[in-house]
Design a protein around this ligand. Structure first.
Ligand code: B16
Ligand code: MG
Length: 216
């Protein structure tokens, strides 16, 4: 039995399914640039910061442009994305998440958000979860994006837990790598063939139990 004392949740793809909204927004930009971009390539952008995602798309098309133009494109992408996510409501919380938050609360296990997204405050507000977390660490406060472990290490610190006592819930390859680089346990949410480095992979959040966390 492990000694998990704290839980750190990724946001996009674990608590809410914003992956299609990111895809629609990136696809619009890629189309405008004439760069072929599909869902497999979008998989590589999960957990990756906005600016790095933009640069990865440009690299796909071997397109080079000045930093200022890159920034303007990311701004445009975010405008499209925010328009979609601002319509989210509590009904958009992924199945299983609310039950698991209740389980953690009933067992006094502290929880944090560890997300690359600078839109974290907007999303949490729209789905009514802002006050359910003991700490929120997002793209607005970290300097190094996943797979760097900074976002999760900050979360552990704010929860007063050592990394080895934390479990991270992640849907992205970069996020799983970040959790493992930080010395944490990691449960991947998605496909085992993609989230290979996770300690355990569950298909979705309805499959998460306290027992699974304690048996890691
Ligand atoms: P934003 P997560 C990540 O969130 C997304 O997976 C990734 O696709 C996105 O590019 C990144 O946030 C930055 O998001 O543009 O909203 O700042 O999965 O770490 O919660
Ligand atoms: Mg994610």
């Amino acid at each position: 039995m492990s000694s998990i004392k704290a839980c750190i949740f990724d946001l996009d793809g674990v608590i809410v399914d914003t992956v299609p909204a990111h895809y629609i927004a990136w696809k619009t930009i890629a189309n405008e640039l004439g760069i072929p971009f599909d869902k497999t390539q979008n998989e590589q952008l999960k957990g990756v910061s906005r600016i790095k995602s933009m640069k990865k798309i440009l690299a796909l098309g071997n397109v080079e442009m000045p930093e200022e133009e890159i920034k303007a494109l990311t701004k445009k992408k975010n405008k499209i994305y925010v328009e979609i996510i601002s319509k989210m409501t509590p009904a958009d919380i992924l199945p299983g998440v609310e039950d698991f938050l209740l389980t953690l609360e009933a067992n006094n296990i502290p929880k944090a958000i560890g997300s690359a997204s600078r839109n974290t405050p907007t999303i949490l507000k729209c789905v009514g979860l802002t006050n359910r977390f003991d700490a929120i660490v997002d793209g607005n406060v970290v300097s190094n994006s996943k797979p760097d472990p900074e976002v999760f290490l900050k979360g552990a610190e704010l929860l007063g837990a050592s990394p080895a006592d934390c479990v991270v819930l992640e849907d992205a390859i970069s996020g799983v790598k970040a959790a493992k680089a930080g010395g944490m346990k990691c449960i991947g949410v998605g496909k085992p063939e993609i989230l290979k480095q996770a300690d355990l992979v569950i298909p979705d959040m309805t499959q998460l139990t306290l027992e699974k966390i304690q048996n890691l």
